[in-house]
Design a protein around this ligand. Structure first.
Ligand code: ZN
Length: 248
């Protein structure tokens, strides 16, 4: 661990009033959650999986979608994982009175579970699902209980909605969420903190380029391995997130 880098980051975070965080799979793997994109390569080794996790497949085969979805994302494990030191560190920054906007590519809900208030899930959440008809929202226990979760909402005439719920995970073909808020947050932020992502996935990969045009932002990259965007950052730390925050 390069202690001069640690000291610089500690100082900049202490001075900052507004911090914008972009977190990716490296944040979640330290909670034991597999990185679907880089480790197994499940999307590329079997393209039928990608097809099954698409918006068009859900719309045409909603009953077939759910068993595949649950298996692929190991959904029965979703309630088991706990926030790690990285999640807790960010939640504590907010408790110090700073504005901390967290934009995450992760679908596990662990930033919220750690207590962060301003969490924007770019790829949605596995913790909830929504009825496409009446927009009623459902939580994980119900989604786990039913093989194919249906909407239970009773309308004023006494009829039950009954539509197959749509997971709040962003599917292939769905629109990435909250991207406008990322840009708004960056306009006013003091520190951009990228944690656990090599920024390979659009649209997150555009964020450092946009931030680079605003010289007042102190831009920090924390990732295990080098990324092609490292030159855009003021401070680059190649360490595990948990190991780093231990020193902050
Ligand atoms: Zn409904």
């Amino acid at each position: 661990m390069d202690q001069s880098k640690v000291a610089l980051l500690r100082e900049r975070l202490a001075q900052a009033q507004h911090i914008t965080v972009l977190s990716g799979a490296g944040m979640s793997t330290e909670s034991g959650i597999p990185d679907f994109r880089s480790t197994g390569g499940i999307w590329t080794e079997d393209t039928s999986r990608m097809e099954a996790m698409s918006r068009s497949y859900f719309l045409s085969h909603p009953h077939d979608f759910w068993p595949k979805f649950k298996e692929l994302f190991q959904m029965k494990m979703s309630g088991v994982y706990e926030p790690n030191a990285g999640h807790v560190f960010l939640a504590n920054l907010e408790k110090q009175g700073k504005q901390v906007d967290i934009f995450t590519q992760n679908i596990d809900g662990l930033h919220k579970k750690a207590g962060s208030q301003h969490v924007y899930e770019l790829h949605g959440s596995i913790q909830t699902a929504t009825c496409p008809s009446c927009r009623t929202s459902y939580e994980l226990p119900y989604l786990l209980k039913e093989a194919v979760p249906l909407c239970q909402h009773v309308s004023s005439d006494g009829s039950i909605c009954g539509r197959v719920l749509k997971t709040d995970v962003v599917l292939f073909g769905d629109r990435v969420q909250h991207f406008d808020q990322v840009m708004q947050s960056i306009q006013h932020t003091d520190v951009l903190l990228v944690m656990g992502t090599s920024l390979e996935v659009a649209p997150a990969k555009y964020i450092p380029e946009d931030a680079a045009e605003i010289p007042t932002i102190f831009k920090v990259m924390v990732n295990m391995s080098e990324t092609e965007y490292d030159p855009l950052f003021d401070l680059v730390i190649h360490e595990r997130i948990g190991d780093l925050v231990h020193f902050l």
